[in-house]
Design a protein. Structure first.
Length: 186
């Protein structure tokens, strides 16, 4: 369930303007940052981890998240919680509102998936079968680090892990996109 941690800090339905000020004692050592991320139920691949902890990119970025919910929430045995994966996700989102707001993180899109329109190559059902796609704004790499260290995140992650059968999140940078320009006005 470790990969669920990345999405855990991503799907919050709160909206907030402006990034927070960075704490004066913010962690800056790349090795320590990597340790913090890996110990937080956060499991990026090596290249993404390196970008998060040592990139010279200091501005905002987005994460695109694909979520597939469990039919029945997969809480640890003896948990007081139950219900569906979607209900567990709702508990997670409610618990994360303050964490995301305090770090200037906001959900831009959280839409249900109907299905793929364009595919290229052989794709398995697991690759194309998702329940929700989100796009989440982060004001900085430090916002991710701060979120995963927050005790409220650590308390909320049980709901995210119970909610998701699988998830993947992609870090994306603003600009540089290949986009079809709009048609000229008649």
């Amino acid at each position: 369930m470790g990969r669920h941690g990345l999405a855990a800090c991503l799907l919050s339905l709160c909206l907030m303007a402006g990034p927070p000020a960075m704490a004066a004692d913010a962690e800056t050592d790349p090795a320590r940052l990597a340790e913090i991320l890996r110990s937080s139920d956060f499991a990026p691949d090596d290249a993404t981890l390196a970008w998060l902890v040592s990139s010279d990119h200091e501005g905002p970025f987005h994460m695109v998240n694909l979520l597939k919910f469990n039919e029945t929430a997969a809480y640890p045995e003896g948990s007081e919680f139950g219900g569906t994966g979607r209900e567990a996700q709702a508990r997670y989102s409610a618990a994360m509102r303050g964490v995301t707001a305090d770090n200037g993180v906001r959900s831009m899109i959280a839409n249900p998936v109907i299905g793929p329109v364009i595919t290229h190559g052989a794709l398995s059902d697991e690759v194309t079968d998702w329940d929700v796609i989100t796009v989440v704004f982060y004001p900085s790499r430090q916002a991710v680090i701060s979120m995963v260290q927050d005790p409220r995140y650590k308390a909320a992650i049980v709901h995210k892990n119970a909610a998701l059968a699988r998830t993947v999140a992609f870090v994306t940078l603003p600009g540089g996109a290949i986009v079809t320009p709009p048609a000229p006005a008649p």
